[in-house]
Design a binder for this molecule. Structure first.
Ligand code: ADE
Length: 418
């Protein structure tokens, strides 16, 4: 079997990590059991470009139990958990192409390795697999039935491809399922970004001016958890509705030019580029810490930071100190890559349980209905979203009410009024 990972000898600890994550993934486990009995994914060859974590390992095991072939590469050069990659290869016979810290060239060589398997379905996180397929491996496009996309950034990219008329097969936006972004993007990013910040720095959050770039679901989650740890939150936004929501959630809202002068900690979560630029770095306090939790490392203008810098040194794992010409020092975490995966382990398994249950059930939907889908970005079918919520509640042993026949009737009628 072809593969490229850091060290196969790490498999033993990787297997234990996968087992530990699996304990927190009851919904995916149920799906895996059913898949194992019926093999509904037989005939699918899935090319997957995902963060290679213990949670992803459990998704891949589920897909394989369902009868699918899977080849996996990383969706970020810093997020691969090498022991997990080793165990996937050794214990689960999955061809994995991912090493933590791989350079850009290797990253794309690994994407190509996955495409060499001639997938008939893709599972992407951020859009690098699909965009490579559409630009450099066009001979494979006819063989692909459909794909899924895990994250906001990828969905935005694919909607642009659809708008420009270049998308060549249907994509299902797993990110947009309610049981994905309400939970993974908010509670997952909220907890794991703070986790990444704390593991990298061990800096006290209480009492700090904590600037969050963007008040989408990831920004909301990050702000909520930092507030819970005693930070004074400042939100920077470009969208008036989101800015208003942030104000009414009790946060200060101001332009980045103002926030830059008073922030102690900055985390961007916008999905856009150059949110923190040259003039903002120059205005920052000596000792400001900057990080990003959006998908790509473009939210902080790192080339601009470099060009303002007279001296740079690695202070400890994941922290680089930039001494600027004006004498102030700025601390950059995890090379500006997503702080939760670069400096910690990403979202906890319990929330990835829902995201990856959506992925697994959507793969089944691609197998049964993929050929009938129009070439565009589609939502996850509502029945899948509802089923994931139902199963998650069941796994938590939480029961809810059902409508009485009278209530049901009332909701359907337009006649009852004042
Ligand atoms: N994205 C964010 N956290 C993740 C995790 N733990 N595994 C896979 N993808 C992720």
């Amino acid at each position: 079997m072809d593969y490229d990972i850091a060290d196969i000898n790490l498999a033993e600890s990787g297997k234990l990590r996968i087992e530990w994550a699996n304990r927190q993934m009851p919904v995916l486990s149920l799906i895996k059991k059913r898949f194992g009995e019926k093999e509904p994914l037989k005939g699918l060859m899935i090319g997957a470009c995902l963060h290679v974590t213990s949670e992803t390992a459990n998704l891949v095991r589920t897909l394989k139990a369902g009868g699918a072939g899977v080849a996996l590469c990383a969706s970020n050069p810093l997020s691969t958990q090498d022991p997990v990659a080793a165990s996937l290869v050794k214990d689960y016979e999955i061809p994995v192409f991912a090493c933590t810290g791989e350079d850009n060239k290797t990253y794309y060589e690994h994407v190509h390795k996955v495409l060499d398997f001639k997938p008939n379905a893709t599972m992407d996180d951020g859009g690098d697999l699909v965009s490579t397929l559409h630009s450099e491996r066009t001979e494979l496009l006819d063989g692909v039935t459909a794909g899924t996309e895990e994250t906001t950034t990828g969905v935005i990219r694919f909607k642009s491809m659809e708008r420009d008329g270049v998308l060549k097969y249907p994509i299902i936006a797993v990110n947009d399922a309610n049981t994905k972004h309400f939970f993974d993007n908010r509670y997952g990013t909220g907890q794991s970004s703070i986790d990444g910040f704390m593991r990298a720095t061990n800096v006290l959050i209480a009492g700090k001016n904590f600037v969050v770039g963007g008040y989408g679901w990831c920004g909301r989650g990050t702000a909520m958890r930092a507030k819970g740890m005693g930070a004074n939150i400042i939100i920077v936004e470009v969208d008036p509705l989101r800015a208003l929501e942030a104000v009414m959630d009790g946060y200060r809202v101001m332009p980045i030019a103002e926030a830059a002068k008073i922030g102690d900690i900055f985390i961007t979560a916008t999905g856009n580029k150059n949110v923190i630029r040259s003039e903002h770095f120059e205005a920052m306090k000596d000792g400001a810490i900057v990080a990003n939790t959006g998908h790509f490392n473009v939210e902080l203008d790192i080339p601009a930071l470099e060009s303002l810098t007279t001296q740079k040194r690695k202070l400890r794992d994941f922290i680089e100190e930039f001494t600027l010409k004006n004498g102030k020092r700025i601390y950059l975490l995890g090379e500006g890559r997503l702080v939760n995966l670069a400096c910690a382990e990403g979202h906890p398994a319990s929330v990835m349980d829902m995201s990856f249950a959506n992925q697994a059930l959507t793969a089944e939907y691609i197998k049964t209905d993929g050929k009938n889908l129009k070439i565009k970005v589609h939502p996850v079918p509502e029945y899948i979203d509802k089923e994931v919520a139902r199963l998650k509640l069941e796994s938590m042993n939480i029961k809810i009410d059902t409508l009485t026949p009278e209530q049901d009737e009332y909701l359907k009628s337009w006649k009852a009024g004042t």
